[in-house]
Design a protein. Sequence first.
Length: 507
Amino acid sequence: MVRSVRLDAGPVSRDQVVAVARAGAEVELGEAVLKNLAATRQHVDALAGASDPTYGVSTGFGALAVRHIPPDRRIALQRSLIRSHAAGAGSAVEPEVVRALMFLRLRTLAGGYTGVRPETAMALAALLNAGIVPVVHEYGSLGCSGDLAPLAAVALALMGEGEVLDVDGRRPASEALRAAGLKPVTLAEKEGLALTNGTDGMLGMLVLALADLRRLLDTADLTGAMSVEALLATDRAFAADLQGLRPHPGQAASARRMLAALRGSEIVASHRGPDCTRVQDAYSLRCAPQVHGAARDTVSHGELVADRELASSIDNPVVLPDGRVESNGNFHGAPIAYVLDFLAIPAADVASIAERRTDRMLDITRSHGLPAFLADDPGVDSGYMIAQYTQAAVVSELKRLAVPSSVDSIPSSAMQEDHVSMGWSAARKLRKAVDGLTTVLSIELLAAARALDFRAPLKPAPVTAAVRDLVRERVGGPGPDRHLAPEIAAVEELVRSGRILNALEEA
């Protein structure tokens, strides 16, 4: 596990982002970074003293960039910028999202193109390392000119204003900084823009979602294999020579994983002979590698985009090594917004095919001998009937979440910012989709584990048997009068932790 991250001028990895956001890894700024920041700052100080106005240094912002600000008002300008931009509303977003956002903004500062002072970058690192999480609200970012309102909430905390979360709960930033031995920062020229002009919020949520989706797609291969086994389906369609006829790498990986999960299954072997009258399985079983695999390839594309963005320096204006301060459009969130929207589609589709497999296990006309709704005493006991309703409700919601945000644009700043990405909205939507997929796969896992019990005395594959036993350990053995809500919650935790994947990885 990554316990600390040392920032230099280069990119960071997705694993490092996750480590800082979720595991509390500490962040350190290298000496070379601090020297570079000091050298770049000299260019900003020179421009601040010049008679000609420079955007972000001696002017107003956005549609107010035509206003030249005299030197004695520039500290007030920075303070006013942060206070006015910290205009978010709604519920507070998750601490892991805020930590990812803070770390990624710090990474851009460390790149040396923003013009901030070394002490300002060090203050942001200290805030992260102290475990102080600024309260960032759900609404306020249009995904252009950066995630302005969310990043401004972080800058506000650096100034000792606003609210934060720490070990003592939610309280004023001034109190939390004082308790941690930190001093508020007085922002100098250009620093307000440098702290707020970035895609860090949407990028952080993309990186976290990619980590979750990798784990969930591995889980989907496993739950899909268990459903194949429980429904007396065949594994022959997953053979490498058949998959090789359509050489998508994700499809091959999913088929390989499903075959590995089913290896050694007495249940699958029991209907391989000539007495089996079924010609081919339903699509939700036979086509699982194609659907799961296409989702895997989409995630791979998302990782490519994320890695490019993790190597980018996002600010406006930027301070170049020769001293020029140039305006640019690199803060536009379109590259991230598109892939955030794209990922919501396979999240919905993988959930949809899992729900179809679950429904098949509950229907006596299609389950090949399983009791109605996998109930201990059908009629008295409703079994997993309503658990499938829950899946269906979530899948319906996931289809709505798959509608893209990035095709929308709401002009702002008196038409100066007349085309925006809505990337933050796409990211918030994807987080909900990841949660929904977790629930749907957890219910399939719960049902498939139960269905395997009904195939006794035939033994499941060693892998699926180990997963079934892990589920039993969490929710108890078969029996009537089950309370399903806590069982679903318990299995969701198994899925989130990745524990159920250990059996397949060991195989």
